[in-house]
Design a protein. Structure first.
Length: 61
């Protein structure tokens, strides 16, 4: 069980670093909003985070 938790934590940190490198602070804000919204079961916050991430992914270049 600790190994699974360690692997998941490493994947989460890696994903955050990729977002930071590619999309800057706005990517981190969107990822945090999405994560907090899901954990708090708040559809509005998670929706805002998801929309921001989609907009960042859809932009050219």
């Amino acid at each position: 069980m600790p190994l699974i938790a360690l692997v998941l934590a490493a994947l989460a940190v890696g994903f955050e670093q990729i977002l930071q490198w590619k999309f800057g602070p706005m990517g981190i804000i969107a990822f945090v909003a999405l994560t907090v919204g899901i954990k708090a079961k708040n559809n509005l916050v998670s929706g805002i985070g998801a929309v921001i991430l989609v907009m960042l992914l859809a932009q050219p270049g």
